[in-house]
Design a protein around this ligand. Structure first.
Ligand code: FE
Length: 278
């Protein structure tokens, strides 16, 4: 396993003017099956987040929001509701259709975190929507030499993450002290990436040479076997995802992700005729 590519992401805005950096789901990195999109947000200026994400629909995948700083309130058409704060995770299964809003629960201060879109296989796209509110105290932390691994989904060592994911994935948040090293061995056949959001790390490229990543950046991983990362002198923090590729055609438009264009058209028709969230 090695670092195949490093990309800085693409500045954009979504919702009601929330500024964010798209790391996956861009012309550079279209998707890393089963991960469709990864947005990173980090705004000190309330003007860049206060509009939030008012009511909007989704169908066909799962959204995972990981908060690092600030608070956000989620509300959805299944009755799911929760306020997530630092370290908390919101896991929403859109399934056959959900309408939700994600709004800041603060008017000043830093708002920082990620939203990841995890695809659902055709067999699960039309299942009932659901919501999991995962609080920081339920997320196991594995302490290693100078490294803390927060296990959000999947297993790591003896720890198992609390998230119930429909697609086999592992999501970890890793904090490394200055110059600490950490080795990672993804399951065979899985796709993986990490998004470095603090500090710097070095790992090896496909030729075994050192490749240095500076935050913020996305590292697309490739190959097999163990990979070793070494934090720079200021330490590092990264969000790592690993998943079994679904390997089906992906048709996506805005908030809907299906297998074909006909299914997308159906999604629009169902939403417009009020058949979402019932
Ligand atoms: Fe949404």
């Amino acid at each position: 396993m090695h670092i195949a590519r490093l990309v800085p992401g693409m500045e954009t805005s979504d919702g009601a003017g929330v500024r964010l950096t798209r790391m996956i789901g861009t012309p550079q990195v279209d998707m890393i099956d089963p991960f469709l999109m990864l947005d990173r947000f980090d705004n000190e200026d309330p003007g860049a987040y206060i509009g939030g994400f008012p009511e909007h629909p989704h169908r066909g995948f799962e959204t995972v929001t990981i908060m690092l700083d600030g608070k956000m309130r989620h509300r959805d058409s299944t009755g799911g509701e929760g306020v997530i704060g630092p370290g908390d995770v919101q896991w929403m299964t859109a399934g056959r259709g959900i309408i939700h809003s994600e709004m800041p629960e603060q008017i000043e201060g830093r708002m920082r975190g990620f939203q990841l879109w995890v695809n659902l296989p055709a067999a699960d796209k039309m299942k009932a929507p659901g919501y999991q509110d995962i609080t920081v105290d339920t997320i196991p932390v594995v302490e290693e030499d100078g490294v803390r691994v927060h296990v959000v989904a999947g297993s790591y060592g003896d720890a198992a993450g609390p998230a119930k994911s429909h697609t086999p994935i592992r999501l970890l948040r890793i904090e490394m002290e200055p110059n600490a090293t950490w080795s990672f061995n993804p399951e065979a056949g899985r796709n993986s990436f990490f998004c470095l959001y603090e500090g710097s790390v070095s790992g090896s490229d496909n030729l075994g040479s050192d490749k240095q990543a500076q935050a913020p950046s996305l590292a697309v991983l490739a190959g097999t076997g163990e990979t070793r990362l070494a934090a720079g002198p200021e330490g590092a923090a990264l969000f790592l995802g690993e998943g079994t590729p679904i390997g089906e055609p992906v048709a996506r438009y805005g908030p809907f992700v299906m297998n074909s264009r006909d299914e997308l058209i159906q999604a629009f028709q169902d939403f417009e005729s009020g058949r979402f969230g019932n």
